[in-house]
Design a protein. Structure first.
Length: 193
């Protein structure tokens, strides 16, 4: 059951801008070209569209137990989770996971439930009152539950290798946080963000 902590707009903004936790596993050097993607501001979907048509394959969506970083960011143990694969010109490129508290799904993030195969960016970057916290980049621990799910979802779409690097940020709207994590396949490094 998610924790029901009231949060005003200022508290949500402080939470969104709070310093991200440091990864607890060894961080390997990242290709500078991939680092440009990990640090790129604005809509990832819009940046990917510069390299071809972007399609979204929804892998799973619904109530789920949150990961440790999500629990910390959302102050809840369970929430509404959506996992998708973004492909560019038919090539799987990004595995993404978004999570919000049940309370947020009943309020400002209710449209997440009906996105289907549309990108989350349609909600995040179309409303001036949606605030974004800092981007945090990290490498994935090999064999972690997220990496296993991502690898399985990406392989089902034709990817031959799992993502190693990801980024995450927290968006806030009307006092409700939404955490978005995006994991990149290595081939994205050859494209300009």
């Amino acid at each position: 059951m998610p924790l029901a902590l009231p949060m005003g707009p200022r508290a949500a903004l402080r939470l969104a801008r709070s310093r991200p936790p440091r990864p607890h596993w060894p961080v390997t050097p990242v290709d500078p070209a991939l680092m440009a993607w990990l640090a790129a501001p604005g809509s990832l979907t819009a940046r990917l569209m510069a390299h071809g048509p972007v399609t979204v394959k929804r892998c799973r969506q619904g109530t789920a137990r949150l990961t440790a970083p999500e629990r910390k960011a959302l102050r809840a143990t369970a929430g509404h989770v959506r996992e998708v694969v973004l492909s560019v010109a038919g090539q799987p490129t990004v595995w993404a996971r978004s999570a919000t508290r049940a309370r947020g799904l009943k309020g400002p993030w209710k449209a997440v439930r009906g996105l289907g195969t549309r990108p989350l960016a349609e909600l995040l970057f179309s409303h001036a009152r949606v605030l974004r916290g800092p981007l945090a980049q990290h490498t994935w621990r090999r064999g972690s539950p997220e990496q296993r799910r991502a690898s399985k979802d990406l392989a089902a779409q034709g990817a031959s290798q799992p993502p190693r690097w990801a980024r995450a940020s927290v968006f806030a709207h009307q006092g409700q946080p939404l955490r978005v994590m995006e994991a990149f396949l290595p081939h994205v490094a050859v494209w300009r963000p």
